[in-house]
Write a protein that binds this ligand. Structure first.
Ligand SMILES: Cc1cc2nc3c(=O)[nH]c(=O)nc-3n(C[C@H](O)[C@H](O)[C@H](O)COP(=O)(O)OP(=O)(O)OC[C@H]3O[C@@H](n4cnc5c(N)ncnc54)[C@H](O)[C@@H]3O)c2cc1C
Length: 460
């Protein structure tokens, strides 16, 4: 069994956390020959060399000036040519990178390398002629080999043993993989960032309230928030025809077009055919696991640019301008697509409850109190990564950059410090209420209401 693991080096020089999980899963498969691959500069050679000490026989670095500036589609193209040369039975990718945060490269690669696909894998249950995995939101899935899977943050990458040896790193150029330069790097990338702005949008003016006011504020916020989370942009010019896949993106679509057609969520083949035949100006998708998977597959099938997780859309009647948070949410990027129709996934609400209660690490000794408060308000309990890493609550509850994105009407953060990684996943909530005894906790910069007290004094 030959397994190829796709790895990206993060801005911090470390392996992208989701790719680390993919690598660890591959190393756990008995008798597998594991090869790791990365696209990057020459300096990534040392990074890969170190990673071979964990068990990979070989590492491949795709390195060529022609690859520079690649978006997800151009990256998937180069990787797919390498895949054809290596001919693995399985390809493991992380769910997403923290730099790009799109979750697109894996599904795109599966189309271009002609493999089956399972995304958002929480556990690998069986491997034979086929692979069976339990996924985060899409149930248990079985696909025939060759297959590509994208892995959630489900394990910890092992450390090298003192006696482990380094493997070898081969450097492959565009020519080595027979790449068409026009499809590589910046020139092969259909999406382009036209501008970036500092993101101040998540910051709010926090009003300090007393514990006694909490229930009243929750009730008022539920009434007010519905209007507040609607988009406020009104474009004077509109696009002629926009498709939405499922009902989710309707509110976004209405900001840029009056002619909206809903395509039912079927399969990538069927959707690709409808889009190429009917030629809308833009296609908008939701941000749930299935929509992200299908949109990336369709993008690769049709060679169309796809912008991920847009929070705002604008148009001049001709071009679609797509805005999305980048670099852990610290900046907003304005993006256009050179291919038509323009395609984007938009940040739609993924939660079922109107109220969410986030129990952070500071709630570790008062979990029963937080749970009963949450039940009393029919709220959904969610959490932070630190609480997950300390086994206080499970990963499927984690909100943030490496968890899920939510936008309930009311988000109550209890014992949460307010790290940017957490804020990235909840800043579109209607009203945000924070309970924390530390008046300097950053969460108060992102909250509408704050109670500066320990949980035990508030949720009595
Ligand atoms: C690459 C990367 C990705 C990440 N992705 C995510 C992600 O997706 N989601 C995420 O959440 N984090 C993520 N993190 C981690 C993030 O940076 C923070 O470490 C994490 O969010 C902190 O969790 P916390 O607020 O629960 O804990 P802490 O930062 O420890 O904060 C606990 C808070 O509880 C308060 N507190 C203490 N006692 C009480 C009490 N009795 N009552 C009330 N409050 C109390 C404290 O004042 C403190 O502010 C990521 C980090 C990295 C490096």
């Amino acid at each position: 069994m030959k397994i190829l693991v796709c790895i990206r080096q993060g801005l911090d020089g470390e392996i992208n956390p989701f790719d680390a999980c993919a690598y660890e899963e591959a190393l756990r498969i008995k008798d597998a020959e594991v090869i790791i691959i990365s696209m990057g500069p020459q300096s990534a050679k040392d990074f890969l060399l170190k990673l071979t000490r964990l068990g990979a026989k070989k590492a491949i670095l795709l390195c060529d000036k022609a690859f520079a500036g690649a978006d997800t589609l151009a990256t998937a193209y180069a990787l797919s040519l390498a895949v054809k040369k290596i001919n693995p039975d399985l390809i493991f990718c992380g769910r997403q990178t923290l730099v790009g945060d799109t979750a697109q490269t894996g599904p795109m690669l599966s189309v271009l390398a002609d493999t089956s696909l399972i995304t958002n894998v929480m556990s690998i249950d069986e491997i034979g002629d086929s692979i069976t995995c339990t996924t985060r939101d899409l149930g248990v899935q079985t696909e025939s080999l060759p297959a590509l899977i994208t892995v959630e943050r489900i394990n910890n990458l092992r450390l090298p043993s003192i006696i482990s040896k380094m493997g070898e790193v081969e450097v492959w150029s565009a020519e080595d993989i027979g790449a068409d330069i026009q499809k590589c790097g910046l020139q092969g990338s259909p999406t382009r960032v036209v501008k970036t702005f500092e993101n101040e949008s998540g910051k709010r003016k926090c009003k300090v309230i007393s514990a006694d006011e909490l229930n009243g504020v929750i009730a008022d916020s539920l009434k007010k928030s519905k209007d507040k989370i609607k988009q406020t942009v009104s474009n004077l010019e509109k696009l002629d025809k926009v498709f939405i896949v499922g009902e989710g993106p309707r509110e976004f679509a209405q900001t840029v077009s009056d002619d909206i057609t809903v395509l039912p969520i079927t399969n990538a083949q069927d959707l690709a055919q409808k889009i190429s035949e009917q030629k809308p100006n833009a296609v908008l998708w939701g941000s749930d696991c299935l929509s992200k998977k299908l949109s990336a597959q369709v993008s690769a099938m049709l060679g169309l640019g796809l912008c991920a997780d847009c929070t705002l859309l604008e148009t001049d009647g001709d071009e679609l301008y797509m805005y999305r948070p980048a670099l852990s949410g610290s900046v907003i990027a304005k993006i256009i697509s050179h291919t038509k129709p323009a395609m984007a996934t938009v940040r739609t609400t993924q939660n079922s409850a109107d109220i969410m209660v986030a129990a952070g690490y500071g709630a570790k000794d008062s979990l029963d109190l937080v749970r009963s408060f949450s039940e009393k308000h029919s709220a959904e309990l969610v959490t932070t990564r630190k609480a997950v890493d300390n086994d206080i609550l499970p990963y499927n509850m984690q909100v943030g950059l490496t968890g899920k994105t939510v936008s309930p009407l009311v988000y109550i953060a209890v014992g949460v410090s307010g790290a940017v990684h957490h804020i990235a996943g909840m800043q579109k909530s209607g009203t945000i209420i924070a309970i924390n005894p530390d008046p300097n906790a950053p969460i108060f910069d992102y909250a509408d209401y704050g109670i500066i007290k320990p949980i035990e004094e508030v949720l009595k």
